[in-house]
Design a protein around this ligand. Structure first.
Ligand SMILES: Cc1ncc(COP(=O)(O)O)c(C=O)c1O
Length: 461
């Protein structure tokens, strides 16, 4: 069996179980590994579709020049198809994108113009405006404009959606994808929801992008736009390809969590992927914390590209340290803190959401603890701590008869045993009262500030 050109190998990328992230979570969590595409990203799909549609419309003629604004991946896909079909390529990109991406495009014989990141989209210097201007200046040229070209989402409706439906034998219940142009999530969701309208579609955005607030309010409020380093997702415009009516939730991921999770995917799953993959998996975990998965649930997370484009960044300790994403700090892991506390076999004290607040207070006094996780059966659904209880009782002593479920607060963050204490320190200094640790023996334990202080001082002595 052979292909008539590399272009024919686009698609049919594998679904791979994310074992580290799926541990102790009911259901099946799968990554759709798009770096198996020849151009090593999800964007190969839209590159091919946009070119084929332009050829059939007569917009792209033999020997023509393709001009596009890209974060690099669409450029790579277009360059690959252009190489096979004899087109020239001129790309505009922003100085936020990795040099690996720029060098790759130049290696494929493309011209690349680097534009400033932090300018308004309609600024003549922006990579959107420069691409539009070049289109006017260069004869026999075509501007795909992946943001508003609906062939983008159509590619996912025709390819990515059917693939996922077939590969999961129609058992998929949750679909998670980063939102850049919005083509991946919109096209795929359109197809999957036609097959089963109950499928939950979760969009992943970056902190500093307009999407989450726009999804929640329908208002384009510029105050939400701020610089961020995650590449490929989030935006400061609303492209035509985005259709949020197909999306059930949008979760925003900070750069740090995106990059730390990306490194865990590489080091614990052997998946050498890009930063927006880390965002997607981190976001999926946040969604599951709010909406626990059931045994038969099947979640598919799009992993858009390869880590080869981020070796000088996410996978470079110096770059991560310079940007404050990892610290010099102590390499002590949570497991060590529990060991130094000397009671890792201690049962985690919890209260059920149907218990009364009174009972919760009794438990806290009996075990001399200042917060308790709230359970609903096996699931962590909330938390209660002294500060909260005090304000409730001050409001009205009758509150003590209230079911915990009615007065509880957000669940405490759940972390894995191998997390470094620096990250826990940041969480606990950011207003979180304590964190829950998932131990390898399938047991939970809790870490408070005082546990950390004792562990650090013991480790010094
Ligand atoms: C690395 C990466 N992740 C995610 C996306 C988002 O995909 P889409 O544009 O289909 O929303 C892109 C798009 O450029 C990307 O390059």
């Amino acid at each position: 069996m052979w292909y008539s050109s590399i272009v024919d190998t686009v698609g049919n990328t594998p679904l791979v179980r994310l074992n580290t992230f799926n541990k102790n979570i009911p259901g099946t969590i799968l990554g759709k590994v798009e770096y198996f595409n020849p151009g090593q990203s999800v964007k190969d799909r839209i590159a091919l579709k946009m070119i084929e549609d332009a050829e059939s419309r007569g917009d792209l003629k033999p020997g023509g020049t393709i001009i596009e604004g890209t974060s690099g991946n669409t450029g790579m896909g277009l360059a690959m198809v252009a190489a096979v079909r004899g087109y020239k390529c001129v790309f505009t990109t922003t100085d936020k994108q990795s040099m690996e991406k720029v060098n790759l495009l130049r290696a494929l014989g493309c011209e690349v113009k680097i534009c400033p990141t932090n300018v308004e989209p309609d600024d003549p210097r922006s990579y959107y405006s420069v691409a539009k201007r070049l289109k006017e200046e260069i004869p026999n040229s075509w501007y795909p404009n992946q943001y508003d070209n609906l062939s983008n989402r159509q590619a996912h409706y025709e390819m990515t959606g059917p693939e996922i439906w077939e590969q999961t034998e129609g058992k998929i219940t949750h679909f998670v994808a980063g939102v850049g142009t919005g083509g991946t999530i919109t096209g795929t969701a359109e197809y999957l929801k036609e097959k089963n309208p109950d499928i939950k579609v979760i969009g992943i955005d970056s902190v500093g992008s307009i999407y989450k607030s726009y999804f929640e309010t329908g208002v384009f409020d510029k105050r939400h736009i701020a610089p961020y380093l995650t590449e490929g997702i989030g935006e400061d415009i609303i492209p035509e390809n985005v259709d949020f009516s197909l999306v059930d939730d949008v979760i925003q991921c900070p750069d740090r969590e995106a990059f730390v999770t990306t490194r865990i995917l590489a080091r614990k799953e052997g998946l050498f992927v890009g930063g927006s993959c880390g965002s997607a998996v981190w976001g999926a975990m946040q969604f599951i914390r709010k909406h626990p998965m059931k045994e038969d649930d099947v979640m598919v997370i799009i992993l858009p590209d390869s880590g080869t484009r981020y070796v000088s960044k996410i996978y470079n300790d110096e770059w991560m340290r310079t940007n404050g994403f990892i610290d010099e700090g102590s390499s002590m892991e949570v497991e060590e803190v529990v060991r130094l506390r000397g009671d890792n076999s201690r049962e985690l004290i919890t209260v059920d959401k149907n218990d009364t607040l009174e009972h919760c207070i009794v438990l806290m006094n009996r075990h001399n603890v200042s917060q308790l996780p709230v359970m609903d059966g096996e699931n962590l659904v909330g938390s209660l701590n002294e500060t909260r209880i005090l304000s409730l009782l001050t409001e009205s002593p009758e509150m003590r008869n209230k079911p915990v479920g009615d007065v509880m607060e957000e669940p405490l963050p759940v972390v894995s045993n191998d997390l470094k204490i620096d990250q826990i320190t940041r969480m606990l200094s950011g207003g979180v009262a304590a964190v829950i640790v998932k131990q390898d023996n399938n047991k939970y334990t809790i870490i408070t500030r005082s546990d950390l202080i004792n562990a650090i001082s013991k480790s010094m002595s």
